[in-house]
Design a binder for this molecule. Structure first.
Ligand SMILES: CSC[C@@H](O)[C@@H](O)C(=O)COP(=O)(O)O
Ligand SMILES: [Zn+2]
Length: 209
């Protein structure tokens, strides 16, 4: 479902508060966007605290990332637009900086992905109806060059078992969905899966001691 700007703006302000309350958008980190009914995009203004957004914290950009309203769009707007281009069914993109997602990306320093297996929570991802599934979370190295991230991650995103999400190493997590609710559900499920596996590691270490 594509939204009108005013509706998208209010929804993005609310999602910003929820994600901040989970500790996934500390300082000024994170950015959010929604595809609009006229083909443009609502995106967070760069440098704002995403838990304290007001109407001035959301702006419109065109498909090339050019500002259509006042403000400087998120520094990562190009990554949002790359997801919309790659997945025409995606209508919302969320990006957070949780400590646990960043921790995972750094712990597996050379890995191009992390695989979740056997969790009931996998059913939160679109198209998955059993815990007997494997979902791959692609991981790409960080860069200040958005085009470099975009081209490095593109092949992994089209694999059949790829989550509608990816991790940028030492940086944070991206998720997307048919609408903002689905993008939030994917982000929340991915964060939960990372947290559950982190807890599992702690228990296993305790048993080994
Ligand atoms: C705390 S700085 C984080 C930024 O460099 C960036 O990664 C980020 O997520 C927010 O950038 P923004 O330009 O506000 O959308
Ligand atoms: Zn970021």
């Amino acid at each position: 479902m594509v939204m009108r700007f005013e509706m998208a703006r209010d929804a993005l302000i609310a999602v910003g508060q929820r994600l901040d309350s989970r500790g996934w958008a500390p300082a000024t980190s994170g950015n959010y966007s929604v595809r609009l009914d006229d083909g443009s995009f609502a995106v967070t203004v760069s440098g704002r605290h995403k838990g304290r957004l007001d109407a001035g914290g959301i702006m419109r950009v065109d498909a090339e990332g050019r500002a259509l309203t006042e403000g400087k769009p998120s520094a990562e707007t190009a990554l949002h637009l790359a997801i919309y281009r790659a997945f025409p069914g995606a209508n919302a993109v969320l990006h957070g900086h949780s400590p646990q997602s960043v921790g995972l990306s750094r712990a597996v320093a050379d890995a191009g992905h992390w695989t979740f297996r056997g969790h009931e929570m996998l059913k939160a991802f679109p198209g998955i109806d059993t815990h007997e599934a494997e979902v791959r979370l692609p991981i790409v190295d960080n860069s200040q060059n958005m085009a470099a991230i975009e081209s490095a991650i593109a092949p992994a995103l089209s694999l059949p078992d790829a989550a509608p999400a990816y991790l940028i190493r030492s940086h944070g997590l991206y998720s997307w969905g048919r609408d903002l609710d689905e993008a939030e559900r994917v982000l929340e499920a991915t964060e939960w899966l990372i947290a559950a596996e982190l807890a599992e590691c702690g228990f296993r270490k305790g048993f080994d001691a």
